[in-house]
Design a protein around this ligand. Structure first.
Ligand code: SF4
Ligand code: SF4
Ligand code: FES
Length: 257
């Protein structure tokens, strides 16, 4: 039997324990993945006791409280705090999601926070999304038309516009792609659910004139057909979108074209 061992320097160790100093009777333990590339040290899990009487409701509030009041060295991405920018995506309580929309009251017991899975970690909760962004660029996510707009709008019917519902809302947070086993193992070649949903968004846009080329570009054993309809992506999407369905629609279009 093949035995796979992790390299010694990738093993996660027990980290620092930050005891509460407020005297609060309403404490929760928060365990956070930490790794600093500027040191030679292994990743570790730091534990913080947090006074929940003075903490707003979301996991991002909790992280901000820890950073502001206990340990300013934690690194994580965030910007809008309203589920719009996608930057605070991380793994909370074993599930990918947006820290700014996830209520910590939904997590029972200790609160465990990790970076999005199967990404190279840049620091603490920050994963490297550069491959995903290159793949996103490869599907040319912009309107391709020869019609001159003269700075006016490109019109479409209400019916055509409604075909973009469930797609245009995607905020490219990567929760879906980083929960997809096919993307874990073939992330350098398989485009993954986030990028394929975006590809489909432009393929079915009635104003776009590049449908055939777009379909041809994704019609590839590795780029598209690595999806095995496992559905993790759809379960993970914090915006309630269905990337697995978008992928199935692309496959259907290719089969019937
Ligand atoms: S349905 Fe396809 S894209 Fe979604 S998790 Fe499964 S393999 Fe990945
Ligand atoms: S489909 Fe959902 S999970 Fe995937 S990138 Fe878009 S918003 Fe995030
Ligand atoms: S901070 Fe923008 S989505 Fe969470």
């Amino acid at each position: 039997m093949v035995q796979i061992n992790l390299p010694q320097n990738s093993k996660i160790k027990k980290g620092h324990y930050y005891r509460d100093k407020t005297g609060s009777k309403n404490l929760r333990k928060v365990n956070i993945y930490r790794w600093d590339p500027s040191t030679e040290e292994n990743p570790r899990i730091d534990t913080y006791e947090v006074d929940m009487d003075n903490c707003p409701s979301k996991v991002l509030d909790l992280l901000n409280k820890i950073k502001n009041e206990i340990d300013p060295s934690i690194a994580y991405r965030r910007s809008c705090a309203h589920g719009v920018c996608g930057s605070c995506a991380m793994n909370m309580d074993g599930k990918n999601g947006l820290a700014c929309t996830k209520p910590h009251s939904e997590i029972k017991g200790d609160i465990n926070i990790y970076p999005l899975p199967h990404l190279r970690v840049l620091k603490d909760l920050i994963g490297d999304l550069s491959t995903l962004y290159k793949q996103y660029e490869s599907v040319q996510p912009w309107l391709k038309t020869t019609k001159k707009s003269d700075n006016t709008e490109h019109h479409q019917t209400k019916e055509d516009r409604s075909k973009l519902d469930g797609l245009y809302e995607c905020i490219m947070c990567a929760c879906c792609s980083t929960s997809c086993p096919s993307y874990w193992w073939n992330g350098d070649k398989y485009l993954g659910p986030a990028v394929l949903l975006q590809a489909y968004r432009w393929i079915i846009d009635s104003r776009d004139e590049d449908r055939k080329e777009r379909l041809k570009k994704v019609a590839d054993e590795l780029k598209l057909y690595r999806c095995h309809t496992i559905m993790n992506c759809t379960n993970a999407c914090p915006k309630g979108l269905n990337p697995a369905k978008a992928i199935a629609e692309i496959k259907k279009m290719l089969a019937t074209s």
